[in-house]
Design a protein around this ligand. Structure first.
Ligand SMILES: Cc1cc2nc3c(=O)[nH]c(=O)nc-3n(C[C@H](O)[C@H](O)[C@H](O)COP(=O)(O)OP(=O)(O)OC[C@H]3O[C@@H](n4cnc5c(N)ncnc54)[C@H](O)[C@@H]3O)c2cc1C
Length: 343
């Protein structure tokens, strides 16, 4: 019997599994994909994520991550830039997740791939998960709900992601407003760029349509994306992203982490840092024998300020993009960027 089963080998699941294995706990991690894959994500790693990844054993520069020095925002003809007040990188999710999974295995975690867990069933004091009996379950399935343990439904935005070639971008993350939402564009490993959008309404049906939609939103997007060549015919997409969600209560022995615990608005918040930090917090909670509902309540409190600030930034970017862009050129931008971090 495995002492702890972690369901999902994304940033949250890997962080929890590594910390638990380092504390000499027997951990099995179940992951539905056969190998690490791209997933919908802006791929921006801010100061907290960088520090947490370093602690877990991930060497970002060695993986080819691109160091990002600044941020810029644009709507229509309005543009502004700011320096980033922390160390930041861009790295594809496929490479990042693969590196974290390797660190987990090196720490002694048993990683079983190609296991799409259908559900988790109470069995006496413990649980039965995909044929395994376990004392504790760590639920780290991210954007995907586990049957019988779905998150509360939220507002439900759409996330889109596209890798691009043919661009010579500065080492800067660009926030680009467009009709229906906003996008993040940044350089990544291997000379590729990542374009990722959070939006509502009817999503573009092809990569070309996504590029067109975003180019029409600002002169900066038009300039930056002029020579873009999409690597895929259609963007990766995820629907029903419940921005602002924070778990309340819980079932004894089932610890939620990452996007299963809270979902911070993209680009104005730092979802991967939250995922890593919540995974580490869950490992501490299990070691301390903390009740799951108390663990979830502690996280609600810990993440409250960041969620509010990131929510306000996302609202501003959607509803008053000129004000958001104007704010980027003031000291408020650095304060807000620091204020949405978790460390
Ligand atoms: C549009 C958008 C842009 C974003 N941009 C950024 C950004 O630039 N920077 C940032 O820090 N964050 C960003 N985020 C947030 C970030 O992607 C998430 O917060 C982060 O990936 C959450 O990590 P996780 O480990 O909880 O979940 P995930 O990364 O979703 O990982 C979940 C894992 O569980 C596996 N899984 C799912 N279901 C099952 C199952 N039933 N059985 C077994 N395995 C399963 C999946 O295959 C996956 O490997 C963005 C999010 C969106 C939607």
């Amino acid at each position: 019997m495995s002492e702890i089963v972690v369901i999902g080998a994304g940033p949250a699941g890997c962080a929890a599994a590594i910390a638990l294995a380092r504390a000499n706990r027997r951990v099995t991690m179940l992951e539905r994909t056969a190998e690490a894959q791209e997933s919908v994500c802006g791929e921006f790693l801010g100061g907290d994520a960088v520090a947490l990844l370093r602690g877990l054993g991930v060497d970002l520069p060695a993986l080819g991550a691109v160091r990002l020095r600044g941020a810029q925002a644009a709507t229509g003809r309005h543009e502004a830039t700011a320096a980033l007040p922390f160390e930041a990188y861009g790295l594809s999710r496929r490479l990042l997740d693969a590196a974290l999974q390797q660190c987990a295995q090196a720490a002694g975690v048993r990683l079983q791939r190609g296991v799409a867990v259908p559900g988790a069933r109470r069995l006496g004091e413990g649980w039965e998960v995909a044929g395994l009996r376990t004392r504790h379950v760590v639920l780290a399935t991210g954007k995907h709900n586990l049957r019988g343990h779905a998150r509360q439904p939220g507002l439900g935005a759409i996330g889109l992601k596209l890798h691009l070639e043919g661009l010579d971008l500065p080492p800067v993350v660009s926030l680009l407003h467009f009709a229906g939402g906003y996008a993040g564009l940044q350089p990544g490993n291997g000379g590729l760029a990542n374009l990722c959008a959070a939006m509502t309404g009817v999503p573009p049906g092809s990569a070309a349509a996504m590029l067109d939609r975003i180019r029409q939103g600002s002169a900066l997007a038009e300039r930056l994306l002029r020579d873009a060549r999409p690597l895929w015919a259609r963007p990766l997409a995820v629907a029903g992203v419940p921005y602002g969600f924070r778990q309340q209560g819980g079932v004894a022995g089932l610890y939620r982490i990452g996007d299963q615990l809270s979902v911070i608005p993209s680009f104005t918040g730092d979802g991967m840092a939250m995922a890593l930090a919540s995974g580490l917090a869950a490992a501490r909670a299990i070691a301390a024998g903390q009740d799951t509902a108390d663990f979830h309540a502690d996280w609600r409190r810990r993440a409250a300020g960041q969620m509010r600030l990131a929510g306000a930034g996302a609202w501003l970017m959607r509803a008053m993009p000129r004000t958001f862009v104007a704010g980027m050129a003031t000291p408020l931008a650095a304060m807000a960027m620091r204020g949405t971090r978790v460390a």
